[in-house]
Design a protein around this ligand. Structure first.
Ligand SMILES: Cc1ncc(COP(=O)(O)O)c(C=O)c1O
Length: 373
């Protein structure tokens, strides 16, 4: 039997091991100088004035919703075709998620669908840069009429829209979960512009305490503090940040490797009837190729997944549609989203990770051809 090809695998080597070891030996392992250096490198890369490193992307979504004071009686528009984490945070804040339908080819939210859903209660719009393709931010801004846009950039490390990196225009939430383009095991980053908003989030990130712990515990420092607003505990550790700093240096290589695999798939799977490949957004962009999501039209997806498994090929499901989740239907009733429903039944993510070599890519192509061709 051929070796198993997983759907994803982090791209780590000795450099990360040494960076983590250095932190472990340093005497300071939680948020400190490495977290700060990671934030600075990330802000520079995205070209955003502020970047806050966090324990997860989910934490970032929680904090930004809190900082906008979104809660009971408010509505937040977002696609249903996303990870449930975002919907959970909207609902846990006490607000109502309002689902906008997507484009079949790109799985990106459609600005004109967002426009139709805006009411006096709409407090934020959360587009998702699905699979690493940018949502049409200019068109979304045009329909938003000043309503804050929060970018779900969990898939978008290395995604550019009209020449600018994602997160350079609106608050944006990135994720460093192991499946993501760069990883810190778990972790996230929130980028933004508004000094006051970002300062509030910085405090909410760590109990509401003004001064960083690593400064309070330094030589001859004042260990006291005051709190003006209670906060959470969403800081990143220096162990994680050390991983992030090394991963940032490798990002260009990582994303080039991802793009190469995606283009092999695009070239060699395009003639298979009954398999729809990811479509490209029609505007200028650079795709981060976080995921390669195909749609299976000619057979039951369940059978397709079984056949991949029999051939030792991994797969993922990004994502079960959120408007169909049990609790969402119970709380908010049914929503009519024809394209989301259609795609949700057909999508499947093929293996895509930077360490995947040409022969592994070719094997996935051959297996898919064998099943569907
Ligand atoms: C679209 C999307 N949003 C948000 C998240 C949440 O990120 P995290 O796992 O870092 O909390 C993820 C991934 O996990 C995601 O895929």
């Amino acid at each position: 039997m051929d070796e198993f090809i997983p759907m994803s695998r982090p791209f780590l080597d000795n450099e990360e091991i040494e960076a983590v070891t250095e932190v472990l030996k340093s005497g300071w392992i939680t948020s400190g100088p490495k977290a700060k250096a990671f934030e600075e490198a990330f802000a520079r890369y995205v070209d955003a004035p502020y970047a806050l490193a966090l324990s997860s992307g989910t934490a970032g979504m929680h904090l930004i919703l809190k900082a906008y004071d979104i809660g009971a009686g408010d509505e937040v528009i977002t696609p249903s075709m996303t990870f449930a984490s975002t919907i959970n945070q909207i609902v846990l804040a006490g607000a109502r998620p309002v689902f906008a339908d997507i484009e079949y080819d790109t799985l990106l939210v459609r600005p004109e669908k967002i426009e139709k859903l805006i009411t006096r209660k709409t407090r934020a719009i959360i587009p998702v840069h699905f699979a690493g393709a940018p949502a049409d931010l200019d068109a979304i801004r045009d329909v938003a009429g000043g309503i804050p846009i929060i970018e779900d950039a969990a898939h978008a490390i290395g995604t550019y829209y009209h020449g600018k990196h994602i997160g350079a225009k609106n608050p944006a939430v990135f994720s460093f979960h192991p499946i993501k383009n760069i990883t810190t095991a778990e972790g996230g980053m929130l980028t933004g512009y508004d000094e006051e908003l970002m300062q509030r989030i910085r405090l909410l990130r760590f109990h509401g305490i003004e001064r960083d712990a690593w400064k309070r515990y330094g030589k001859a420092s004042d260990p006291g503090y005051d709190i003006t607003e209670p906060g959470y505990k969403y800081n990143i550790t220096d162990i994680q940040a050390a991983l992030g700093i090394v991963q940032m240096k490798k990002l260009q290589d990582i994303n080039q490797r991802r793009a190469r695999i995606a283009h092999h798939y695009l070239d060699q799977l395009s003639d298979i009837m009954g398999l729809d490949l990811p479509g490209m957004p029609p505007y200028e962009h650079l795709h981060a190729w976080h995921l390669f999501v195909v749609k299976v039209n000619s057979m039951e997806r369940r059978n397709f997944m079984e056949a991949l498994a029999e051939n030792n090929v991994g797969y993922g499901l990004h994502f079960p549609a959120c408007h169909r989740l049990d609790y969402v239907q119970r709380l908010f009733g049914k929503t009519d989203l024809p394209v989301t429903e259609d795609t949700a039944a057909k999508i499947i993510s093929l293996p895509l990770y930077p360490g995947m070599n040409d022969s592994q890519t070719q094997r996935v192509i051959n297996v898919v051809r064998g099943i569907l061709g």
